[in-house]
Ligand binder design. Sequence first.
Ligand code: SAH
Length: 473
Amino acid sequence: MQYLPIFVQLTGQPVLIVGGGSVALRKANTLLSAGAKLSVVAPEFAAEFITWQQQGKAELINSYFVPALLDNKLLVIAATNSDTVNAAVFKAATARNMLVNTVDDQAKCGFIFPAIIDRSPILIAISSFGTAPVLARRLREKLEALLPQHLGPLATLVGSFRNKVKAKISSFAGRRQFWEGVFNSDVVRKVQANQLDAAKQHLEQLLTAPQKHSGEVYIVGAGPGDPELLTLKALQLMQQADVVVYDNLVSAEVLTLVRRDAEQICVGKKAGAHSVTQQDTNQLLIDLALAGKKVCRLKGGDPFIFGRGGEEIQALVPHNIAFQVVPGITAAAGCAAYAGIPLTHRDHAQSVQFVTGHCQHDGSEPNWFSMSNTNQTLVIYMGLMKAAYVQQQLIKAGRSAETPVAIIENGTRREQRIVTGKLYNLAELVMQHQISSPALLVIGDVVSLQQDLHWFGLRPQAAVFSQNLTQMA
Ligand code: SAH
């Protein structure tokens, strides 16, 4: 071990920075966040230093470095752009047995600044000791993504209970078992849901009357397919769950990110061919949660946009099953972005309407007239089978037959395919290009921008206008 990682209590401790430019600023920022008492010496200073001096956060010494400035300092940082000055600082500091850091010159470092992941009071420091800084940075990014933000408040909460637990449970093994139970309990979910008082009460209860571990359901939006469009929270809960209940829309790439030993249950749904009824899915979630499992209900796109997430949590509520909902990137947002179609644009569309092409149970019709406005973009979910009907009804309601349309198949995925045309041949396009599910219909003038704004995957296939225009009426 070339360096020993230690965490230094710097609050109120005198630290000298030599240098007043941007490099010195970066270090000064880190040191201030640790509460250090900063002195900065330089012939000139970046503007932020002047502000800090006015706010009483730093003392500025307008001169060149002299060794006497090291008197009574705990640490020193050489951050000038002159190797000669940095070397002089290093020499003077080591002569006094002081710890010195010379920015970007590891040979002149008695200590180094690691990359940090701050979930205070949890703090993680990473360093490759100058050998592979890019690798260390990538590692930091990975850990940042993996470690939930609620770790900090959770650690603070359990920290405030440490003495109480010690007083109540005398054996070390007993205490360890208690804490294992806490981390598997609803306390974590409550902190995660930002219900700190409830979490505290629950922890109190666990201490007075230990309870059976209870299950919960995470209703998680998995986005339209590209796994990199998952939210950090979705990924964390996919990693935390005992069971993952998913439907057909969830892409194979996304499923590979589920915890390896979690059970996976498919409740695939396709329009017209329900393999598992919604009621059965609701019951499955209830049964699993009541059996004490952490269930990740993984849904394509966003759970609250044509995702029946609302119905599923309505089924959980009467059973007092804890749940949380994680939004996902809905197909409209994902497909539009990856197709280069801004859903609104100051010159073309002031509003956007998301519509389902799937019939209501009671046979009620969508309000076609409300979709006839030229300045409005329409995004039709589940509209593939109904393309001919959508086309007919929109034109009947007064939307111009010349309105540009796009059909986006497998949006955001490697196989993404886009076909563009005009409203009067929408249905023909679906047939001609043998579009398959999942596919989204986007209707409106904004589609014309796609020609210039396309960036992802295959170039769009423009329509072959074979249609007889008499069909327009
Ligand atoms: N909750 C989902 C929508 C479920 S409805 C969401 O927020 O996205 C299912 C419909 O979504 C499909 O019929 C299709 O119209 C659309 N869809 C979902 N993912 C898609 C994708 N990757 N590409 C194109 N359309 C998609």
